[in-house]
Design a protein around this ligand. Structure first.
Ligand code: HEC
Ligand code: HEC
Length: 213
């Protein structure tokens, strides 16, 4: 009798936690539904502050995704659309979403990547970019640094310029490390670096998803 009661309690606890898990999964799916209209369409273009493809976020580092979302929410990254979206997320949503996108694809970038032209190599040396982003630009030294290899060139260029921008209410990124980095380069040089990074095999992807699943 006693054993039966224990079994019944265990069973109902298991059902309860399954229910909670299903609830959590449904909640995550509802949040992801807000993202896929842009990040779930390969090649999808944004027009602000200039036309560029929205960044690939699947396979990006979990810590970096969470940090980026927090930076938008706080206004350290000013981009108005991403800011509004990030502000609608709770701390827990951000954790869950970052884990979801980080694990959505598992691609391993090659250890060594083709070298850039001599001129472009000099730019990368000047900024010691590989010392933080990795020699193949997919192995960041710290999990809060982004993977760059294979990211869209036009997005990387817009991102680099944003670290440059000061005193604009809707454009700019406050990260001090990258702010100091980009100031030593002309826009044309930032573009050359962006193009090289985009040409590499990396670990990032846009995973096609439709909202009507
Ligand atoms: C209306 C289109 C749109 C929607 C919807 C959208 N994003 Fe974005 N997202 C963008 C654009 C454009 C950028 C680049 C912003 C910038 O220049 O800083 C971006 C940037 C990001 C970044 C930074 C990427 C990086 O490499 O630094 C993350 C992370 C991100 N979005 C996650 C999300 C998540 C999670 C959602 C859903 C909760 C979402 N986005 C919804 C358009 C969108
Ligand atoms: C001391 C470490 C360090 C160095 C050196 C460094 N970076 Fe970064 N980089 C970072 C960090 C940290 C971030 C994330 C900043 C943020 O959260 O906005 C970042 C972000 C970026 C981004 C934005 C990526 C995205 O998805 O939005 C690009 C592009 C980039 N770095 C390129 C470069 C280039 C090119 C160089 C060399 C000129 C360089 N970095 C040097 C640490 C570094």
């Amino acid at each position: 009798m006693k054993i039966k009661l224990q079994q019944a309690i265990l069973l109902s606890l298991a059902t309860l936690s399954l229910g909670a898990q299903a609830q959590q999964a449904a909640n995550l799916q509802a949040k992801i539904a807000m993202c896929i209209g842009c990040h779930g369409i390969p090649g999808y273009q944004a027009s602000f502050p200039e036309i560029h493809k929205v960044p690939k976020i699947s396979g990006q580092g979990e810590r970096y995704i969470a940090n980026a979302l927090q930076a938008y929410a706080k206004g350290e990254r000013k981009h108005p659309t991403m800011r509004g979206i990030a502000q609608s997320l709770s701390e827990q949503d951000i954790k869950d979403i970052a884990a979801y996108y980080a694990q959505q694809v598992k691609i391993t970038a090659p250890e060594t990547v083709p070298a850039p032209s001599q001129d472009v190599a000099k730019l990368f040396e000047r900024g010691a970019c590989a010392s933080c982003h990795g020699t193949n630009f997919s192995k960041p030294l710290d999990p809060s640094y982004p993977k760059l290899g294979g990211q869209h060139a036009d997005y990387l260029y817009v991102a680099l310029k944003a670290y440059h921008t000061e005193g604009n209410p809707v454009v700019g990124r406050g990260n001090a490390i990258m702010g100091a980095q980009v100031k030593q380069f002309k826009p044309a040089e930032l573009k050359q670096m962006a193009q090289y990074l985009a040409s590499l095999d990396g670990e990032l992807k846009t995973v096609p998803q439709s909202s009507t699943r």
